[in-house]
Write a protein that binds this ligand. Structure first.
Ligand code: ZN
Length: 323
């Protein structure tokens, strides 16, 4: 009897705990297919991403395509992702703000990318707003929501915003300026900051939504992801996270219904917390401040006192294989 009682006790604690702290996360990569950089040519970058995504053991990632990039870069990288079992989503044709194009112009741009992407069997009609800008007025936001729905698109929201794009830009700037970069330190720091963002938004979810939803991580198809994604996946696994498909993530209850707020550019968890009265400043992590990232990059990643050798660094960068 005691054993049965203990089991009931154990079950009643175990179930809510796994639900509250589910730790499930999907990977999405914006802006594909991006151009070659000083560090990685586009083909190497996509191969590195694919190799490291193999750690996800059959769980697909979603590459959010900006179709104007296909005109510039070709579709080789996208073909490689699809062949490796990954999915494609929509990230507009020309990657602009709604306020720049106006409502009708913006929706025409989205329709153009949607029609182009329909030719790909791996395309799933999910739309990721560039800059996570869902419209800065209620009229624009609601016009976009209605227009996307008429096109047949569902919002590909993120739950975990971060500044991975800025860290990549810091790397590119350092290479450009012939500054010596400690690539190992960059990898360690990148993973550290990404994990901070993941914990930050998961904590907000548990506190204000009452549970850890199926998360969607914002990443970009950039060099830092290509170089260090394997390390990031290892860090996630070590903290008990399980990778899931973005399609599964978008089945979470937080996907049903669009938050009645204009505070959408930090992702869905932040938007829902904002609706509960949480202050905006408490929904943006410190590592989205450029001054913070600049100071960290300078202190941890730049090699002071060493001779900057751009060529040697770039050669090393290109020769890097997933760790
Ligand atoms: Zn983008």
């Amino acid at each position: 009897m005691w054993r049965r009682f203990l089991c009931i006790l154990c079950f009643s604690f175990w179930l809510p705990s796994t639900w509250v702290h589910a730790k499930e996360i999907a990977l999405t990569f914006d802006d594909a297919p991006r151009a070659s950089s000083q560090c990685l040519d586009a083909a190497t970058r996509s191969q590195l991403l694919i190799q490291q995504l193999q750690q996800a053991a059959g769980v697909p990632a979603m590459f959010m395509v900006t179709t104007n990039n296909i005109a510039k870069q070709g579709n080789q990288a996208l073909k490689a992702y699809v062949q490796a079992g990954h999915l494609l989503g929509n990230h507009s044709h020309s990657h602009q703000h709604p306020e720049t194009l106006g409502l009708d112009g913006y929706l025409a741009d989205v329709r153009q990318s949607h029609e182009q992407l329909l030719a790909w069997a791996a395309y799933r009609p999910y739309y990721r707003f560039p800059f996570l800008n869902e419209g800065r007025t209620i009229a624009m936001r609601d016009g976009l929501r209605k227009g996307l729905s008429e096109i047949g698109l569902t919002q590909a929201y993120v739950t975990i915003d971060n500044y991975d794009w800025y860290i990549d830009q810091q790397l590119q700037n350092a290479l450009q300026q012939q500054q010596a970069v400690d690539i190992q330190a960059l990898g360690d720091w990148y993973v550290e900051e990404m994990m901070k963002s993941i914990r930050f938004y998961d904590d907000i979810a548990v506190k204000h939504i009452g549970r850890s939803p199926k998360h969607v991580l914002l990443l970009h198809e950039n060099d830092v992801a290509a170089l260090f994604l394997g390390d990031l996946i290892k860090a996630l696994t070590a903290e008990g996270w399980r990778l899931i498909s973005p399609i599964e993530a978008y089945q979470d209850p937080i996907a049903s219904g669009l938050p009645d707020t204009l505070f959408n550019n930090q992702g869905r968890v932040a938007a829902l917390a904002r609706l509960q009265g949480v202050k905006k400043r408490d929904l943006v992590p410190l590592n989205e401040e450029e001054s913070y990232l600049d100071e960290k990059f300078k202190r941890r990643v730049l090699k002071h006192g060493s001779d900057a050798n751009n060529e040697a660094l770039i050669t090393r960068c290109r020769a890097l294989q997933p760790r």
